[in-house]
Structures are given as structure tokens and as C-alpha cells.
Design a protein around this ligand. Structure first.
Ligand code: SF4
Length: 240
């Protein structure tokens, strides 16, 4: 497998042009070595998309996008609480895409054979037709995936493949009513509910695992409790 384009076409969220790039290697400390997939706009860099609120195409109305700030001096949206740093992976992938460094993969069926795959290292998998993910994941070793688009218009939400990202207990309860597993950000360990376990990669759980060995975030494909994680980092300041 080579770094390659596995989808280029309209976003299911708003029709804007997007591209999905699969990267073979990863040195991410939390996930371990997994195939990483970046879902980005094809027509502007991720920082500009954030600043102008045009990242809706790949993130929908996820609140961690922050507030669009077209007239401000900042390079991205204000109060952005997403854990993905835009000028690292997403911007580098966009620049490489524009330089023509990635070629379309062609038949992607089985492309990640034997590997663990992260659906949406940046961007929401539900912005992309899910047959792309089905094909990529054929014969893979497993995957992780998260979506903020539960019940959002146009989104191809696959609760069998992805965890429902919940920003509140109320969001989580709505998903639980439909037997969907959630990945919920909490402010303290004491907020964890009885049907949730702490992410084993988190500080509070003792960093016992990485995603590539844990494999708990595979949606309802995996019959485990829902996952909770205590907010950290810059974004934690903006979590209620
Ligand atoms: S629960 Fe497991 S798969 Fe999910 S984020 Fe934590 S370490 Fe990764």
C-alpha cells in the first residue's frame, strides 16, 4: 500500500469538494501504527476552511470546530477545541495533495489488508460514502472511527463502524436509546456512567493501551461498553 487518494468528490454534508487521503505509516503515540485517513477540503487549506467556517464540509456542525472568524487576525476559528492540530497533519496532507504527491488508489478493496485503520484521523467519516470505508476495511485487522453527525442530514452514519461522539450526557443518552455506542468527553472521572469505561490510552486509565491493540472504538461491530475520556489539552478549556 502507498499513500493514496481513496475518495475525491462531493461532501455528503454540504456538497463541497473533498478528498480522502490514506497514509500508510503513523507514529501517533495514542493510536500506534495504523493507516491514517485524512478527510479534507480539496479546494482550500484546512486552516482557511476553519477560519471561514467552511470546514462544515468535513466536520459538519461539530462544536469543536470553534467559531468562524473571517474578520479576525487569527489563522483559524476562535475557541477551536478539536484535538487535531490543523497545521500539523491536515495542512501537510493538503500541501502534498496539491503538489500531486498522492495518486488515486483505483480499486481500494483490501488496500488495508492486515492493518489497523483510523477512519477520520481528521474529518468526519460520515462526510464520505460509507462504501469507501467498507472497501478499505475489507480484510483489515480492525479500525477506529468516530462521528459527530448522529442524525445529521445527508450524513452516512454507520454506527456499526463508528462510535457516536457525544459532547454531553444528553447526546450520549440519545445514542444509547438506539443501541449506539458512544465516545464521550467528560470533565472528570466521576462523570463516567455505569455503561462506560475509561479509554485505556488515557492518563486517568494509566495509558495501558494504544488504539491499534485496544480496538474498542469500532462502533457496534465491537460489543463493549461505551467509552469516556477526560478532556485534556488546549481544547479542554472550552469544554463545558
Ligand atoms: S478506547 Fe481504545 S480504541 Fe478507543 S480511543 Fe481509547 S485506546 Fe483508542
Amino acid at each position: 500500500m502507498q499513500n493514496s487518494i481513496i475518495y475525491q468528490g462531493p461532501s455528503l454534508l454540504d456538497g463541497s469538494p473533498i478528498v480522502v487521503v490514506a497514509l500508510v505509516k503513523s507514529s501517533n503515540k495514542k493510536t500506534g501504527d495504523m493507516v491514517q485517513t485524512y478527510i479534507i477540503r480539496a479546494d482550500m487549506d484546512p486552516l482557511k476552511a476553519s477560519k471561514y467556517g467552511l470546514d462544515f464540509a468535513v466536520c459538519g456542525d461539530c462544536k469543536h470546530r470553534g467559531e468562524a472568524d473571517p474578520d479576525g487576525t487569527g489563522k483559524q476559528a476562535k475557541k477551536r477545541s478539536c484535538y487535531v492540530t490543523l497545521f500539523h497533519g491536515p495542512l501537510q496532507v493538503y500541501k502534498s495533495f496539491k503538489k500531486g504527491n498522492y495518486k488515486p488508489a483505483g480499486d481500494i478493496s483490501g488496500l488495508a489488508r492486515g492493518r489497523m485503520v483510523r477512519l477520520g484521523t481528521y474529518g468526519d467519516p460520515a462526510a464520505v460514502p460509507s462504501h469507501i470505508w467498507d472497501a478499505l476495511l475489507k480484510d483489515s485487522a480492525g479500525h477506529t472511527g468516530y462521528t459527530h453527525q448522529n442524525n445529521a442530514p445527508g450524513a452516512d452514519v454507520r454506527p456499526d463502524l463508528t462510535m457516536i461522539s457525544a459532547d454531553s450526557l444528553q447526546d450520549a443518552k440519545i445514542a444509547w436509546q438506539s443501541k449506539r455506542r458512544t465516545f464521550r468527553i467528560i470533565t472528570a472521572v466521576s462523570d463516567k456512567q455505569s455503561n462506560e469505561i475509561l479509554c485505556p490510552a488515557s492518563e486517568e486509565a494509566g495509558r495501558k493501551a494504544q488504539c491499534n491493540t485496544c480496538k474498542l472504538c469500532m462502533g457496534s461491530h465491537q460489543t463493549a461498553p461505551s467509552i469516556a475520556i477526560v478532556a485534556h489539552g488546549n481544547g479542554a478549556a472550552y469544554i463545558n
